[in-house]
Design a protein around this ligand. Structure first.
Ligand code: PNS
Length: 163
């Protein structure tokens, strides 16, 4: 079975991420979305919320599962039969960071290569941070995120306004 891993912060998952999953779920037998629990990075959504939002947004993809990890990706992959790490590429500015990370991961886990998937042109400018910034300033991001994420962002905005 061809199992691939799609790691990331997913704070929150966007339509750009879903596009990558829709493409790669046709190539691999199973995809494990691995949400990082980074204690040093302040996230808008909790780990549990991020996992839940991905689960709700990938219901139409029956070979996609969601899990979480902390620390090194290579350590998380040690006991898994993963054949590829999936990463999306939007612009050339993504490339340098992604290339370094792929090379480091290759050094740490010899057997696993990173596969880069081009984002659809509709999502080239879409990032979780841009979506968060726009939504928390009252912008309409409904075409950029799955419906569950739109609701989640509205709840975060409401909670901020009340405090
Ligand atoms: O969505 P992101 O924030 O671009 O995802 C980055 C992520 C989580 C995939 C990357 O930072 C990561 O794998 N972090 C865990 C630590 C690690 O293994 N780093 C790669 C080798 S230095």
């Amino acid at each position: 079975m061809k199992l691939a891993i799609y790691p990331g912060s997913f704070d929150p998952v966007t339509n750009g991420h879903i596009d990558i999953l829709e493409k790669t779920s046709k190539i691999f037998d199973k995809i494990n979305v691995a949400v990082i629990h980074n204690v040093y990075k302040q996230a808008l959504f909790t780990l549990e919320e991020r996992v839940q939002l991905i689960k709700e947004s990938t219901r139409h993809l029956d070979n996609v599962e969601v899990d979480c990890f902390s620390g090194l990706l290579a350590t998380y992959l040690e006991d898994k039969e993963v054949c590829a790490i999936i990463r999306g590429l939007r612009t050339v500015t993504d490339f340098e960071y992604e290339m370094h990370m792929a090379m480091m991961n290759k050094k740490l886990i010899r057997e696993i290569d990173t596969i880069f998937v081009m984002s659809d042109t509709d999502y080239i400018f879409v990032s979780s941070s841009a979506v968060k910034e726009a939504a928390l300033l009252g912008g309409d991001v409904s075409s950029l995120v799955p419906p569950a994420v739109k609701i989640g962002l509205e709840e975060k905005l409401k909670a901020r306004r009340e405090t």
